[in-house]
Write a protein of this length. Structure first.
Length: 313
């Protein structure tokens, strides 16, 4: 992987995302540019499926940096996220030292608590030197982890370092590019947010979502793409759903209907494939059948082509 230099302007950042097929707006390009230039973590909040995680993947790809991903979950602790000691290997070292008659406490402690026995988890890996430059550290879905875990991250986010009692402080020679995502299932503490730049990743408007579908699902016909986007936009704005479909679901639906050789949005096929777009049975039952048919008819009566222009850069 060949490393490239950081973008020098907001326009360059927008172009960087564009080069990997990520259709961004100017506000996202601006805050991402600032995060890269200021070497600050970027805290991305928004509904699931709007493209937050993809930003870290695109940065890794376009900048030629390693991607280190920490997927958060309930019960995540420092041993799984930052580091832990290789206790079985340490016990072997102690047994070998005892067999050799080397039982000096201080020397034995120095022997077993050194880098040979340190298991580096994602956070500590991100602080190590990398041949292609500082890696991209993705801390994904932080809201799934326990609140106590956030305290482990404060030193990393503010000083780009980790303190290990037995070894001391390990500081990054070059700060990693940190992207933190959350689906806002719970609030993240202000102490962590203060160490980051913040951006809310919203659902795209119709024009931007259509452009995303065109790029990611090129096999879908123009008419099918337009009608799918119009349908999804109506769902988000007019239906009281438990979980609105994200961009990821729009792309999945476009791919599925394209695989079924659909060239336009057929009400019966749309109803049969709602499980690709909606993930809760109550939402599917609310929409399927006559509601789908009426929505498709309404779209057909109007021009489904989005009129909103893409944001100027």
């Amino acid at each position: 992987m060949t490393a490239t230099s950081l973008p020098g302007s907001i326009d360059d950042t927008f172009a960087l995302l564009e080069s990997a097929g990520y259709v961004a707006d100017r506000s996202l390009s601006t805050v991402l540019h600032l995060a890269l230039r200021m070497k600050r973590p970027l805290f991305l909040e928004g509904e699931a499926g709007v493209g937050k995680t993809e930003i870290a993947k695109v940065l890794s790809q376009t900048l030629g940096r390693d991607l280190i991903r920490l997927q958060c979950y309930e019960g995540l602790d420092i041993a799984s996220a930052v580091y832990e000691w290789n206790y079985p290997a340490q016990m072997v070292e102690i047994r070998v030292a005892e067999a050799a008659g080397d039982t000096g406490h201080d020397e034995l402690s120095r022997s077993i608590f050194d880098d040979r026995f340190l298991i580096k988890r994602p956070v500590l890996q991100a602080l190590q030197p990398h041949a292609g430059g500082a890696p991209v550290l993705l801390i994904d879905e932080l809201d799934r982890a326990d609140e106590a875990f956030e305290a482990f991250l404060l030193e990393v986010l503010s000083d780009n370092q980790v303190t290990i009692p037995e070894l001391g402080t390990i500081k990054a020679a070059e700060p990693p590019i940190v992207i933190i995502t959350t689906n806002r299932t719970r609030e993240i503490h202000d102490a962590l947010k203060r160490r980051c730049l913040y951006h809310w990743v919203d659902y795209p408007d119709a024009a931007r979502e259509l452009e995303i579908v065109r790029r990611k699902v090129p096999g879908a016909s123009q008419r099918l793409s337009e009608e799918i986007v119009a349908f999804v936009q109506k769902l988000r704005t007019e239906e009281d759903l438990f979980k609105q479909p994200g961009v990821a679901e729009t792309l999945d639906w476009a791919t599925a209907l394209s695989e079924l050789n659909e060239i336009a949005l057929d009400p019966d096929m749309a109803s049969d494939t709602l499980g690709v777009l909606l993930k809760y049975q109550d939402d599917i039952e609310r929409v399927r059948g006559s509601k789908v048919r009426k929505m498709v008819e309404d779209i057909r009566k109007s021009d489904p082509t989005p009129k909103t222009s893409m944001p100027a850069i």
